[in-house]
Design a protein around this ligand. Structure first.
Ligand code: HC1
Ligand code: SF4
Length: 558
């Protein structure tokens, strides 16, 4: 009889780490600010207090469940207690909800509604707004911080970056960078995962949609757009569909209604990356040089992390530009003789892509290849602002001449996808059985660390796939200690781009559905190998001829 009593109901205990998980399993929405199943327990917000059988109060997040335990989650005393916490938080919090960047997505706002907070009995001690706008990826406003520490634990435990931490004590306590320097000058890599964890508007993703609206309004601009793989399986949930459902056709239709001149799929850029990265890998393998393992380079937060923490490994990072940047240089090149000014927009699941687009390496005479990056969330806002009823849209196809893509490009959006696409390219066996066997060699799944070995000719290749920068750092340390790998895929966000901080925030389970959605999209595509994309041949024989290095590669190491 491994069960406990919650509000008079017997509930089975089945390996849950804490009372909170058992309570939520029982269908009770116990409120929390500082609890995230993937982060360590902090127990600071006290919203999850429950009453034990002796009338004492326990924090459900940090109390292990025991058989026979009897607790109550909803008593007059607990309701009063929770209201009091909310009032205290609101007393020193900015309350301009309607103009907050996080309006409608804020836990403090949600819980104030849930607990019917009609007034705050304490004097307002909210600090003056203190906004750090230095990063291209995130904006911080300490005035909206409730000190739950979620951002700190995310940045330290999952990303191992340590850009932010608690500073000062008592009522002076804040979240700060070292020496309170602007976040852009800190070790921050722009992954945005702190914003994804933040329950209020204290850390939000930069919003660039108004610049895109301006470009769309400009009659002298030709506005092209590319849509990243992971966006299609994440945008739908807020627009009448579900996570994992592939809504690429509807996204195209919506963008066309908004006035974009040409609409493309970043998966096509990913096909270019597969071809270039496979070539580079083979060359390095044959040369037997010391720039092995080859690390992938599509994730800009990972590139930043490597630059800031392991500069000695930069020669090992692939010289391939990311799919977004490869495709952008092709699209900009194609349009450079247009009578209208070419403006290129990328819709990405990622916050670090905003900073990647702004890098000097990706500018031609000061003009960036990608003018604006907007996230999935920003596109959702634009669709809502346009009055477009997404659920009712008829799906449409992307444009030509760059409209063909493959399933290999689409699966880039989930951890292991880049590796699987490269293995499809490297495999000499082009049968469907070989395709399946690659898929089942340990490259799929949302785990943060995966390893596989494959035979290539008479050589055994060792491959590692990591997501989450803590995992990347640990793997690098093991390589330095003598572990051998030939190819390493790194994505900064746990689970890959499907979990990007530009996507609507959701649970692990829902992120997994997004990943599965990308594999279904691959199944449905009639071309599954990048080298079979007919567009590749014409690009290499045309626009890219003699210019592959200039347009598709970059040297971060210089
Ligand atoms: Fe990604 Fe990529 S997969 S990095 O996660 O290599 O952002 O989706 O567009 O560039 O293709 C992101 C996604 C994306 C690039 C590709
Ligand atoms: Fe840390 Fe990423 Fe947030 Fe920067 S964006 S502070 S690296 S979690």
């Amino acid at each position: 009889n491994n069960y406990m009593i919650i509000d008079g109901m017997p509930v089975e205990i089945n390996g849950e780490k804490n009372l909170l998980e058992v309570i939520r399993k029982a269908g009770i929405k116990l409120p929390t600010f500082c609890y995230h199943s993937e982060l360590s327990i902090y127990g600071a917000c006290r919203m999850c207090m429950v009453e034990n059988e002796w009338g004492g109060l326990d924090a459900a997040c940090s109390t292990p469940p025991k058989p026979g335990m009897q607790i109550k989650t909803n008593t007059q005393r607990l309701r009063k207690y929770r209201k009091m916490i909310l009032e205290l938080l609101l007393a020193n919090h900015c309350r301009d909800c309607t103009t907050c960047n996080n309006n409608g997505k804020c836990k403090l706002q949600d819980l104030a509604i849930t607990f019917n907070i009609e007034g705050v009995r304490f004097p307002n001690t909210a600090a003056e707004p203190k906004i750090d706008d230095s990063s291209n990826c995130i904006t911080r406003d300490q005035n909206k911080c409730i000190l739950c520490g979620d951002c700190v634990r995310m940045c330290n435990e999952i990303q191992n970056v340590g850009a932010i931490d608690f500073a000062h004590r008592g009522s002076k306590m804040t979240i700060s960078t070292a020496f309170d320097q602007p976040i852009a000058s800190s070790p921050c890599v722009g992954c945005g995962q702190c914003a994804a964890a933040c329950p209020t508007g204290a850390i939000v993703v930069k919003n660039d949609k108004n610049k895109v609206w301006e470009a769309l309004d400009d009659k002298n601009a030709k506005v092209t757009v590319q849509i990243a793989p992971a966006v299609r399986v994440a945008i739908g949930k807020e627009l009448g569909h579900s996570n994992g459902e592939n809504t690429i056709g509807k996204i195209v239709a919506a963008l066309r209604r908004m006035g974009f001149d040409e609409i493309y799929d970043t998966s096509t850029g990913a096909d270019l990356t597969v071809l270039e990265e496979s070539n580079e890998f083979l060359k390095r393998l044959e040369a037997g040089d010391n720039k092995m393992p080859l690390f992938t380079s599509c994730c800009p937060a990972w590139v930043n992390f490597c630059e800031k923490n392991y500069p000695e490994l930069l020669p090992n990072v692939s010289t391939c530009r990311s799919p977004m940047q490869m495709f952008a240089s092709v699209i900009k090149e194609q349009n450079k003789t247009s009578s209208r000014k070419p403006v290129h927009v990328a819709v990405m699941p990622c916050t670090a892509k905003k900073q990647e687009a702004a890098r000097e390496e990706f500018k031609v005479n000061g003009d960036p290849n990608v003018d604006y990056v907007i996230t999935t969330q920003e596109l959702i806002q634009m669709i809502k602002e346009s009055g477009i009823v997404f659920a009712d849209l008829e799906p449409e196809a992307v444009d030509m001449p760059f409209g063909t893509m493959t399933g290999a490009g689409v699966i880039f959006g989930v951890t292991g996808g880049v590796t699987e696409a490269v293995l499809r390219r490297l495999s000499s066996d082009k049968s469907s059985t070989s395709l399946m066997s690659i898929a089942y060699q340990g490259v799929r799944g949302m785990e943060g660390v995966k390893e596989t070995k494959i035979m290539f000719g008479d050589r055994e290749l060792r491959i590692a796939i990591v997501s989450g920068l803590k995992n990347a750092g640990d793997l690098i340390e093991s390589i330095k200690a003598g572990e051998h790998y030939d190819f390493v895929e790194v994505m900064a966000c746990p689970g890959g781009c499907v979990s990007g901080a530009g996507q609507p925030f959701t649970s692990q389970e829902e992120k997994e559905k997004r990943g599965k959605g990308l594999y279904s999209a691959d199944k449905l595509s009639n071309i599954k190998r990048s080298e079979e994309n007919p567009l590749m041949m014409s690009l290499y024989n045309g626009l890219l001829k003699g210019r592959v290095h200039e347009l598709l590669h970059v040297h971060y190491a210089d």
